[in-house]
Design a protein. Structure first.
Length: 210
């Protein structure tokens, strides 16, 4: 049975500071390169204090990823629920957000996460959730007239799932930037099932922003 920890106000305030510091370091230097000692030193706290809050580096990563996905989900939900935004506005919003987030991301970051069983299981669950959300997203695109209704979107889901697996297995992120990968792979695939209205909007955005 997992121990339930109780925290003082000081330690509660430290939890988010630890995650902020650690996740920034993991992203910029790689997970393997950053030790718990480094995190404690960056915050000016003892290693003992750090371990009283997070037992292992795996737990720090797990809690950091969960917080990141929760906050991102809230931002995306708020954007999507704005009646002024359509499904392609969401594509552009996610693209711009990801470009900003991956600017200083070390390519080895995602690869090194696979060393931790807890993280690997969590990311698998997250990918499945993303696929389910993507299915709703595709239907919304059809309803709004941006995606062609005659397309079998169950097959499209398999295509994007295979594309995701391919990117991970070939480590293309180590050779190309996210922007290059998105434009040459994701954007081309997405454009293929757009209506003329969808193609016009996507082409206009990339013509203005490349």
């Amino acid at each position: 049975m997992q121990e339930i920890k109780t925290f003082t106000d000081y330690k509660l305030s430290l939890k988010d500071r630890i995650l902020d510091t650690a996740m920034k370091a993991f992203a910029e230097q790689g997970v393997k390169a950053v030790k718990m000692d480094d995190i404690a030193a960056s915050l000016g706290i003892s290693k003992r204090t750090l371990y009283e809050i997070y037992d292992t580096k795996e737990q720090v990563i797990f809690e950091g990823l969960r917080r990141y996905h929760r906050m991102k989900s809230e931002r995306v939900m708020a954007f999507a629920q704005d009646s002024n935004h359509d499904v392609l506005d969401m594509v552009i919003f996610l693209y711009q957000t990801h470009i900003k987030e991956t600017g200083n991301l070390k390519p080895a970051f995602y690869d090194e996460l696979g060393r931790y069983p807890l993280i690997e299981d969590y990311l698998k669950q997250q990918r499945q959730k993303n696929l389910n959300d993507f299915k709703d997203f595709l239907q919304r695109g059809v309803d709004e007239g941006f995606f062609r209704e005659e397309i079998d979107y169950d097959i499209v889901l398999h295509i994007f799932e295979a594309l995701s697996d391919y990117l991970r297995s070939t480590r293309l992120i180590e050779k190309y930037t996210f922007e290059q990968i998105f434009f040459n792979m994701v954007f081309v695939t997405l454009r293929g099932f757009c209506t003329s209205m969808g193609i016009e909007k996507l082409d206009r955005f990339f013509a203005e922003n490349r």
